[in-house]
Design a protein around this ligand. Structure first.
Ligand SMILES: *Cc1c(COP(=O)(O)O)cnc(C)c1O
Length: 363
């Protein structure tokens, strides 16, 4: 038996007909860019998230870049974020010419530690990017309080958290703006690249709409220097179908996570749980990681390390010559984390099989 990190073949067995039909209709419309499917998905996404504006863009990396630009982040500004994230969070900051300032994470949540923000604020700080890592919402009230006290923008990186909730509100509705990715492995994944910027701020929304469309709101009139970064209608059609099932997908992931937590209690340590955690990844920690990986591989079970090298230790970032922070918790965690298979089409039996292999490896 092979157990994968994600199994989209099983998705096609379940939703294939509906997805093929939605794609077919888009083909018949022959409107592939800025067409009705994108508008329809943007409206549904805004309603689902409880935000005023949702703007489709080409991918989650562009979403962060555009949200930072639209919120007024300029070259030389400092942006405080976590090094325990996918590299895109940092890349977007550097692409603007802004300086990423890395604060350490909370060992229980694995998210940016709100208690480490203020010590990193200088007169150049313009924004904070909390990342809801693995689908666990950051403690947003603490971030928004610090941000309003110091007049900073908050850009939530929700690439792993579509549908996650904090204080009964969706992640992506707290910050100045929020960014999402529809990379196929995400909880709401397209069948190609895609992304979204969500915001309640009219000015930020207007800026993103212009910036992603060559800086123009009227064709061939370019008021800003922008980029070409659009969600396409085929992706939007797929995403509209999958959005209907997202709460069910996320509830299934939560159920599998609870089962892992019961089976593996006392064997490995866990990321903090929360009722709004949607388990984009189920990540455990052990000081015997390689033993577990070898046993899983032997049994035909996939696993992955998110992330083996924290952003501040990446070659490209070190070569920029910014002051190198010592992030003790981030560095320790990077040597211990291991993500086990979790997705909406997993089965209870598979969770048990994976758990047994992990327990045997560590006995
Ligand atoms: C996936 C991801 C991104 C980038 O999204 P793309 O659509 O792949 O560009 C950004 N941040 C985080 C935390 C991610 O997981």
């Amino acid at each position: 038996m092979q157990i994968n990190m994600l199994d989209l073949k099983r998705e096609l067995e379940n939703l294939g007909e509906e997805i093929y039909s939605a794609i077919g209709k888009t083909f018949e419309d022959t409107l592939f860019i800025n067409g009705p499917r994108v508008r329809e998905f943007e409206n549904k996404a805004a309603q689902y998230l409880g935000v005023k504006h949702a703007i489709g863009v080409a991918n989650g990396t562009d979403a962060i870049f555009l949200a930072l630009l639209a919120a007024g982040v300029k070259p030389g500004d400092e942006v405080i974020t976590t090094a325990n994230t996918f590299f895109a969070t940092v890349e977007s900051t550097v692409r603007i010419g802004a300086v990423p300032v890395f604060a350490d994470i909370d060992e229980n949540t694995l998210n940016l530690d709100p208690a480490r923000i203020e010590e990193n604020i200088t007169e150049k700080t313009r924004a904070i990017i909390p990342v809801h890592l693995f689908g666990l919402p950051c403690k947003m009230d603490e971030f928004t309080e610090i941000a309003s006290k110091h007049d900073l923008a908050v850009i939530e990186d929700c690439a792993q958290a579509f549908g996650a909730e904090y204080n009964a509100k969706k992640t992506g509705s707290f910050g100045t703006a929020a960014t999402f990715s529809f990379y196929p492995t995400k909880n709401l994944g397209g069948y190609g690249d895609g992304g979204l910027v969500a915001t309640n701020n009219d000015k930020v929304a207007e800026n993103v709409r212009m910036l992603k469309e060559h800086g123009s709101s009227k064709r061939y009139y370019h008021d800003l220097i922008g980029v070409n970064s659009r969600l396409d209608d085929i992706q939007a059609a797929v995403l509209s179908v999958k959005l209907k099932y997202l709460d069910d997908f996320n509830a299934r992931r939560r159920r599998f996570a609870q089962r892992y937590r019961t089976r593996l209690a006392g064997v490995v340590s866990f990321q903090e749980d929360a009722s709004g955690h949607i388990y984009h990844q189920f990540t455990v920690r052990t000081t015997n990681r390689q033993k577990v990986i070898d046993a899983l591989t032997e049994a035909g079970i996939a696993s992955a390390i998110f992330y083996p090298i924290p952003c501040h230790l990446q070659k490209s970032v070190q070569e920029l010559g910014f002051p190198a922070p010592k992030l003790e918790i981030t560095e320790k965690v990077a040597s211990e984390v291991l993500s086990l298979p979790i997705h909406q089409y997993l089965t209870e039996d598979e969770v048990d099989t994976v758990s047994e292999v992990v327990i045997r490896a560590l006995r």
